[in-house]
Design a binder for this molecule. Sequence first.
Ligand code: NAD
Length: 473
Amino acid sequence: MYTSQHLFINGEWQKSSNNNETIDVFNPANGELVTTSASANEDDVNNAITAAKNAFTSWSATSAKQRTKWIHTIADEMQNRLEDLTKAISLTMGCPYKLTKIIQVQGCIDAFREFAEMTNFVEKTQQIDNVTKYHVPVGVCVLINPWNYPLSQLVGKLGPAMATGCTVVVKPSEQTPLQDLIMAEIFEKVGAPKGIFNVVTGHGSKIGSHLCSHSDVDMVSFTGSTNAGIKVAQVAATTVKRVCQELGGKSPYIITEKADLNDAVKYGVKDVMLNSGQTCSALTRMLVPANKYQQAIELAKTIAEANIVGDPANPQTTMGPLSSKLQQQRVVDYIKLGIDEGATLITGGFELPEELQQGAYVMPTIFADVTNDMRIAKEEIFGPVLCIIPYKNEDEAIEIANQTVYGLSSAVYDENTKSALKIAKRIRAGQCYLQGSYFTTKAPFGGFKQSGNGREWGQESLNEFVEIQSIIA
Ligand code: NAD
């Protein structure tokens, strides 16, 4: 079904020069082998970067109209490959098929088309006195992504890169290479200019540093853990590259006294359990007024337990496995830690029903009696684990919300949008969702503090992929 043992370099499928090593990719729902991908080495990386560099001259000179056309042509072919993309993602990272199709694939195709309408960004100029300001494509970009929303993260970078006239070398997570390889098949099928899109599959720990320090790379756009993001920025600094970092989070959700508690808790629990808790912006710290605490816990328990956890291929399933046995172990360790720290396990935990024991499952888990200084409240767990924290008054809620090294997302549920906005403005995070609103690619997405420094989606994402050139006449 998939061309997975090759790399896509300069519009052609090439064997890795690292013949001895490949990467096995497993289905986290049952441990079965899905595919084996190439493990690129530094020579492969050099070839991909050279291809992107050579292609940049002509691609960056294309008109906005031409780039608009290419983005739509590629999106059309993505639409034709909707089933393949869905299957590839669901099989390799465990998100239920039905959900994958809507949020991980169709949503991405639609979002990719939005960038087709932004290509004239590099043709617009601004004049002040004798100065003309131009947006110039930054050049060769390395795009590195994780496994949790693998196509979305690719499109969020590829869209603005293509729109502005940049060429790219992409490295998907070792666990989810297939959607990037299908995208390469799409570029090949539609006859896109050779070298504008190159794929190297491989281990971040082996080729990451070379990709991010290569002198012919102008910019790195990285999504992943804060630890890896720091390493990327450190090696990229040796050649003074721009680095756009989209990193981890531990996002707060303030439910106020005046909120409709039922709706508010339902929204928060569903948000955390989506994608088995593997969402960087998940609202994993739910802050509830002390006098509503018991009621909120009971509601949260009922909502969490209503999830149908199981086979991603089953249309009834609302929660699949975590993306790997390794991730399952990390989450189980955090659940054990929470119990040791003195939090109260309300539902879930590390035990599994017999029929789920082969896969990388974790049941929807809720902790109460959590204080913000516990590690389960401070560190990103990246699994279906919600911490419910009580607060006495609004000031204390905001203090707890901001008491984190992260600042990716947040949410407020109050009496109405106007009153919720007053609280939102006091939260230090890149996004804040009011009154149960949802993710949209119209909103720039990115972090404050250790959640990162760039923005993806929306017009603002294009800023990451351009230099500003001033011409003084
Ligand atoms: P990870 O950091 O382990 O890996 C992400 C990618 O980086 C992979 O492709 C990996 O191979 C590569 N990588 C690892 N070490 C590298 C290095 N030294 N140099 C270059 N590349 C390297 O993250 P993960 O476990 O795949 O994903 C989960 C993390 O991603 C979570 O922390 C989550 O919050 C974060 N994330 C953030 C966002 C966001 O937009 N802010 C979105 C999704 C996920």
